[in-house]
Design a protein around this ligand. Sequence first.
Ligand code: AMP
Length: 224
Amino acid sequence: MKKKKKAKKTGKAPKKPLKAKKAQKKAVKKTAKPAKRAKQTEFKTVYISLGSNVGDREEYIEQAITLLRETPGIKVIRRSSNFETQPQGRKNQPLFINAAVEISTNYSPQDLLLLLQGFEDTLGRDRSIEWGPRTIDMDILLYANELISEDSLTVPHPLMHERLFVLEPLKEIAPNVVHPILERTIKELYNDKKAEGITSEKYDEELPGFREVKRGIADDYERW
Ligand code: AMP
């Protein structure tokens, strides 16, 4: 059997990540408690993107997924592989690991956003540098077929179709899901973006889980 190798560490973690269970308890405690959430009995399918470029990036992604898994009202249905990607926006920072997860949840969009922000805080996210390095970034990409346009929340995520680092992991778990505004599947959006002349190369086979390193992504948007 092939021996699993850990991903290379990049940068320095500002804070040692807490053990997942402890972290989850803390995060859930300080964010939306099930009892305080707006009543929503129906479970919806939601896609979330994950990104990390500080410390043990793979571990932060795993911890974030564990936090989701252990939250009542959230079922993690599937997750993508991890992809290593070039930073967008502020270029002078370590490479990212990106992934996507499908969950089924009865959290409202707003409560889910609060929960994810609590998880980001728990996992040591430093918000002082805009578009800067982050232990974990968790964004809501799609919330069923809902269209949300509020000060603190836009769904579908307004930049998701512009970002290969979002589309590639998402395509792996939801190729045929249709973007409710663009009315194109994730696979089509990915192919459109890829056709813009972006090249990719195979990632080092020695690092299991990391499929490709992106080169020269033509993304005008900042990471946020
Ligand atoms: P971040 O990606 O964590 O830097 O998020 C920056 C801001 O984006 C937060 O203050 C959120 O309120 C806002 N935001 C708007 N739409 C979304 C979304 N779909 N998912 C996550 N954050 C969002």
